[in-house]
Design a protein around this ligand. Structure first.
Ligand code: MN
Length: 702
């Protein structure tokens, strides 16, 4: 039975006394916290975290990882808060424990199998510190080793998850030993019969092959000795799940797979690897096309080795891997090899270090190789997938999005229609702003409404090209239909003045004019009018062929409904609201801008019928309109809050507020308030006036 004392002894071979004591403290804390809880096997619960810490001690992990291992189930199982751990053991350890807990809470089982790879990435993206993953892998490894006590169904679920998620993660991190153990234990739990069958067959085959294996091994060793090369030759065994996968995936017979003899030669340095290669190629003929130099070009997970296949005696194929001791460590332990090597201070393990980093670089695209281990840990703390976020749809599908993506990007990634009709979102079931950047692991739900339309403001925060393109496209279509609409109203208004209407003009007449203007559709003409590119007055006269024969009867103003959309805007200089006397200024390409009738900016063109048009407010005008108010009042405490609550009390909304102190006594506050109309504004002003100390309220206009 492993004990904390035994572990502490082992730790003291590579950790300082203070650090070992911290690990002890974490152990006793966990023992207290899990007091009374038992594992399924009947043992005290704390034996599990202790075993997890032991696995990490095998990898020579640092004291913080070991402490996190001791505490890894405390948040999840005993309800102790992260803050409490932080107070006891510091922020880093608390963060590690929190990270492991979050991974534990992730529910992989209900999701589709095809998503497994995304889950791996998501798990890694969620863990900001690589040590979170290493603690989690150790946790899972111990659970896999003690799987038998669980019921069949639970056992299979955990095994499946291990094969689909955790074994590939171990593989990504180059942790071959852990991966192989995951796979063989998982295989055994999922398919006990097949696993036992293959195991028996392997044992039998090994017995039969023993003689041949020994012969090859001898001749390889002899060949090295002749060239004066130091190196260890050993036979390699394929693991059960590997054999099974080959049999299934490549549809090969068991004998075919076992007929390959595999050896590894481990030497001191890189030079020697190539000398060994020369020597063995001299001994047996190499199989053409099978030589691979993973030393010069390492695999993405940092794996390095020379691979070659030889024709042995009687033509038996011999697979050979040649590598240095450091590469061997790296191949077996991957990223964890870094910690394993950290302790040997006499011989700086630069090579391993660099390869550990290389892995990190490959996957993380990180910049420089680290000088010391502290820097290394710092650098692996950043996101493992710095450019992506992974989020769930409400149905559990995973979407991969670029970093910084918002709910709007998500909506468009799901479907264009979802994007176009989205009005709000829930992130982890809570309403959130559409502009909020998404975090990995969140569940995002889009609230959409039929007939809703994209908002031009979305273009300020979306990051995906898809969202941007579709928003632009939708806005363009929207703008066209709105321009056509406004254009038709403008044209009809003038035609009405001539006692006519668009639908009373003969079709041939309209066609002739379109031809003259080189336009295809009547809609194109109306759009032009709506956008302010063509004058309704001019078009109307040409349609009626009335060259100045008679003046139109006085035309009434065009009514503004507030639903004209993108082709109608309200001037920023004078901020008109319903009830104000207004005119419209048609500016080419932009559509119509509504000004106050007495706005100084349009005083020169107000009576030019080609540029300005009389407007009125429709009875049922809708919308929110901003006005700017200037309030002078005596300075007092909590003045902003007072103003805000008065505006609120009148159902107004403050959009912007800023304050100037005139002198010690008088303050001047500028408010931008949104209201429905003049009546509403009057109500807001009345409320403000009722405040004590208010001297003057002015509505600002250019
Ligand atoms: Mn656990």
């Amino acid at each position: 039975m492993p004990s904390i004392d035994a572990l502490a002894d082992r730790l003291s071979t590579y950790l300082g006394n203070d650090q070992v004591n911290l690990v002890r403290r974490a152990y006793f804390y966990a023992e207290q916290a899990h007091d009374g809880q038992r594992r399924r096997s009947g043992e005290a619960y704390v034996t599990h975290p202790l075993a997890v810490a032991n696995i990490l001690a095998d990898m020579h992990m640092d004291h913080q990882s070991l402490m996190a291992a001791m505490l890894h189930d405390v948040i999840e199982d005993t309800g102790i808060a992260k803050e409490a751990l932080q107070a006891q053991f510091g922020e880093t350890v608390a963060e590690l424990v929190d990270g492991v807990s979050k991974l534990t809470q992730m529910n992989f089982e209900t999701k589709a199998e095809a998503q497994a790879e995304n889950f791996q990435k998501m798990a890694m993206a969620m863990a900001r510190d690589i040590r979170v993953i290493l603690v989690k892998l150790a946790d899972r490894l111990h659970n896999m080793r003690t799987l038998e006590v669980l019921s069949g169904e639970k056992r299979r679920r955990i095994a499946k998850e291990t094969l689909e998620i955790y074994a590939p993660i171990a593989n990504r991190l180059g942790m071959h030993n852990v991966r192989v153990e995951f796979e063989d234990l998982g295989f055994k739990a999922m398919h006990p019969m097949r696993s036992a069958l293959i195991q028996r067959a392997v044992r039998r085959a090994r017995g039969n092959r023993k003689e041949i294996v020994n012969k090859i091994e001898e001749s390889l060793s002899h060949c090295l000795a002749v060239d004066g090369i130091q190196g260890d030759v050993c036979g390699r065994q394929k693991h059960l799940y590997g054999i099974y996968k080959k049999m299934r995936g490549k549809r090969r017979a068991f004998n075919e797979i076992m007929d390959v003899y595999a050896f590894r030669i481990v030497v001191d340095k890189v030079d020697t690897c190539y000398r060994v290669l020369g020597a063995v190629h001299n001994l047996y003929k190499p199989l053409p096309g099978r030589f691979k130099d993973y030393i010069a070009i390492p695999k993405a997970n940092g794996y390095q080795s020379l691979h070659t296949t030889l024709f042995g005696m009687h033509g038996v194929p011999i697979e050979i891997q040649i590598r240095t001791r450091e590469m061997e460590e790296m191949a077996n332990n991957g990223i964890a090899a870094h910690w394993l090597y950290k302790s040997s201070d006499d011989e700086q393990p630069k090579g391993t270090h660099a390869r550990a980093r290389q892995w990190v670089k490959g996957v993380l695209e990180m910049q420089q190789r680290a000088g010391n281990s502290l820097e290394f840990i710092e650098s692996v703390k950043i996101d493992l997938f710095p450019d992506e976020v992974y989020v769930f749809t409400p149905k559990g599908r995973i979407m991969e999005l670029p970093k910084g993506s918002t709910a709007v990007d998500f909506a468009y990634a799901v479907h264009t229609d979802v994007g176009n009709s989205c009005i709000a979102c829930r992130i982890n079931r809570r309403l959130a702003p559409l502009s909020e950047p998404l975090q990995s692991g969140s569940t995002v739900e889009i609230v959409s409404a039929p007939g809703a339309r994209p908002n031009p403001a979305w273009l300020n925060f979306v990051v995906t090209g898809k969202a941007r393109t579709h928003i632009r496209h939708a806005l363009k279509l929207q703008r066209r239909s709105e321009s056509i609409n406004l254009g038709e109203r403008l044209l009809n208004k003038v035609l009405n003045g001539f006692d006519s209407a668009l639908d009373r003009i003969p079709v041939e007449r309209v066609q002739a004019m379109l031809h003259e203007y080189r336009l295809e559709l009547i809609e194109d003409l109306l759009e032009d009018i709506g956008l302010g590119n063509r004058m309704a007055y001019v078009v109307a006269r040409r349609l009626l062929s009335t060259e100045g024969e008679h003046l139109p009867s006085p035309e009434g103003p065009l009514a503004i409904r507030g639903t004209e959309g993108l082709v109608l805007s309200y001037a920023k200089c004078c901020t008109p609201i319903p009830g104000d006397p207004i005119v419209g200024h048609l500016s080419a390409g932009k559509g119509m801008v509504v000004h106050l009738e007495n706005c100084r900016n349009i005083s020169e063109i107000r009576h030019n019928p080609e540029k300005c048009i009389q407007l009125s407010w429709a009875k049922d005008v809708t919308g929110e309109f901003n006005v700017e108010l200037r309030v002078e009042l005596e300075h007092q405490r909590g003045l902003i809050a007072l103003l805000a609550s008065s505006v609120n009390a009148a159902d107004g909304n403050i959009e912007k507020i800023s304050m100037d102190e005139r002198d010690g006594r008088i303050s001047v506050v500028q408010l931008v308030v949104s209201v429905h109309d003049r009546v509403h504004l009057a109500r807001v002003i009345k409320k403000l006036r009722a405040l004590t100390g208010v001297i003057r309220i002015t509505r600002m206009r250019a």
